[in-house]
Write a protein that binds this ligand. Structure first.
Ligand code: ATP
Ligand code: MG
Ligand code: MG
Length: 376
């Protein structure tokens, strides 16, 4: 069986690695030049894109920002999972908000803005503390502007002046004072079977995910049930096939959806070592029409992103339950270079291993690790 992934980054690489033992051959499309490459070595394949599409049983994506003409070409083959509609919901915050409203799923109070002058009205309606998001092409906090008080409005208007907001509107959200960030990840296959991983707790710094703990500590059954319902409503509402990730804010006993990612997700990397079946394996199973695997956690996991650095001792691998995954990219500031997974038997044991991990790492690049370890 062959699967062709649009996008040739680390997520395609991890799909490749999950596919090998199942006898599934995974190829990747570099969407910037439409070449077909090996997902790990990035070496050019002999296949043209057309030949790779023909050879594949299934086409899928590793990220939502695939140029639309490529998605439409893929969709015409009838082999694209998830569907182009589901991918575009993840790629376009306006579509995303409309879907959430139509399915009655709680999300952040927001307004859609097509002219900077509408920002004054947003302040009246939503308050002075706002997060202004470009509706397309944002990730890791890029394409966002934060308003802290009314006095900053003119400055932000100037920064936005060059954008064509009629073509790409802004989504202006109330800044939520959440208790914590969570995500719910699961898979739905072509038969409509659903398997959901336990809620994960995510710690962001400057708009970027740094640490995930899963299952999320101190989680009530009621909140897990609420998250499961949100997942079911979205996955069934979209007739979704594949792994779907939903980012959430916990506010008291309520959950608000922040955004939807129609793909495997960074906050699901802990499943590589911490769950019965990892998210990449389950994604391949889902899109190929195979039975889904158990999402049961094997203990308590932490996933620590390695961001913007590569020079540190690999001796960290001596720590119990510690694994590393390197993406093989050149170093850039704020770039996700790899991640470390730690699996432990208890929250306490996990905290202790994470404390030890800090001794192996250049801590300037891990601004939240120490405090997250101490909280466990
Ligand atoms: P990703 O890499 O997850 O796709 P993104 O660039 O699409 O990120 P968001 O997930 O929308 O951006 O926002 C990034 C982070 O900014 C969130 O995880 C959260 O920490 C913070 N944030 C976003 N929206 C809000 C909000 N309405 N209120 C408070 N914090 C927010
Ligand atoms: Mg996003
Ligand atoms: Mg996000």
């Amino acid at each position: 069986m062959q699967v062709l992934v649009y996008g040739a980054g680390q997520l395609a690489q991890m799909m490749y690695l999950a596919g090998a033992p199942l006898g599934i051959e995974v190829w990747a499309v570099d969407v910037s030049d439409k070449t077909v490459v090996h997902p790990v070595s990035k070496k050019l394949s002999d296949m043209s894109l057309t030949q790779a599409i023909d050879a594949a049983n299934v086409l899928t994506v590793e990220f939502e920002h695939v140029p639309e003409e490529l998605l439409e070409e893929a969709d015409r083959t009838g082999k694209l999972y998830p569907s182009v509609d589901a991918i575009l919901v993840g790629a376009d915050r306006v579509r995303e908000k409309k879907l959430l409203t139509s399915l009655n799923i709680p999300n952040c109070p927001h307004k859609i803005v097509t002219h900077v002058d509408q920002l004054d009205e947003c302040v009246e309606l939503l308050g002075e503390s706002l997060i202004i998001k470009a509706s397309r092409d944002g990730y890791d906090g890029y394409g966002q502007w934060r308003l802290k008080s009314k006095s900053g409005l003119d400055d932000i208007k100037q920064q936005l002046a060059g954008l064509d907001l009629r073509a790409v509107p802004l989504v202006v959200e109330q800044c939520i004072a959440f208790d914590r960030e969570l995500s719910i990840i699961g898979a739905r296959n072509q038969d409509g079977d659903i398997r959901i991983y336990p809620l994960a707790q995510n710690c962001h710094h400057e708009g970027q995910l740094h640490v995930t703990i899963a299952p999320a500590p101190r989680m009530s059954d009621a909140l897990q049930e609420k998250a499961n319902k949100i997942f079911h409503d979205l996955a069934n509402g979209l007739h979704y096939t594949g792994v779907l990730a939903v980012e959430l804010f916990q506010v008291g006993n309520d959950l608000l959806v922040n955004e939807i990612a129609p793909r495997v997700h960074n906050s699901g990397h802990w499943t590589l070592h911490g769950a019965d079946t990892d998210q990449f394996d389950n994604h391949l199973r889902a899109v190929l029409g195979l039975a889904l695997g158990s999402t049961r956690p094997l203990g308590v996991s932490a996933m620590v992103n390695i961001i913007g650095c590569s020079s540190f001792s690999r001796d960290l691998l001596s720590l119990p339950g510690c694994h590393m995954h390197w993406y093989g990219k050149s170093v850039r500031e704020k770039r996700k270079m790899g991640h470390i997974n730690v699996l432990a038997e208890s929250t306490l044991a996990l905290g202790s291993t994470l404390e030890k991990l800090t001794q192996f790492l250049p801590m300037a690049h891990f601004p939240v690790l120490q405090s997250e370890a101490e909280k466990l």
